[in-house]
Design a protein. Structure first.
Length: 162
């Protein structure tokens, strides 16, 4: 019985210790929604003086981030960007869907032109907008997957939890 109690206590302490890792907390001013970024997450930071920092961050103290050998005060940050895994997967899926739509529109145009006559005109009328929409969807998917979301201090507050 003592061994079981010790194992349970150790498990609870491990969970409590894991939950207290260093993190950057982004809180939305409008509704209090929080986004928690654990230390060593890759982010991009732009400061008010125009400097850009990209890489994994560490926490120096309650008001300073470390990125490589550079230290950045929280009040100097103009915006923070990072790519979530969900955003990367969603962007990839949307990009693939847009590619399928583009190829479908292209096939529609080619087959209708091969038929000739009125079918060619109808194929172009319907195929060109489909190809255009597919291109826009591909672009949106690529942007979502590669750029990520930005968090500006106008809408978000930055806090460090060391």
């Amino acid at each position: 019985m003592k061994q079981l109690l010790i194992i349970i206590l150790l498990a609870f302490m491990a969970v409590a210790g894991y939950g207290q890792t260093n993190s950057l907390v982004l809180e939305k001013k409008r509704n209090g929604k929080q986004k928690i970024l654990p230390a060593a997450t890759k982010i991009k930071v732009v400061t008010y003086d125009g400097n850009k920092y990209k890489g994994e961050f560490r926490i120096a103290n309650k008001s300073t981030l470390l990125m490589g050998s550079d230290s950045i005060k929280l009040h100097d940050i103009k915006k923070i960007r990072f790519k979530s895994k969900l955003g990367m997967y969603t962007g990839t899926g949307v990009g693939i869907l847009g590619g399928i739509i583009t190829v479908s529109g292209t096939v529609l145009i080619i087959q209708s032109l091969a038929e000739g006559g009125l079918a060619g005109i109808i194929g172009i009328v319907f195929g060109v907008p489909v190809v255009g929409a597919g291109g826009v969807i591909v672009t949106a998917g690529v942007l979502v997957a590669t750029i990520g979301r930005q968090y500006k201090p106008k809408k978000w507050t930055y806090k460090l939890a060391p």
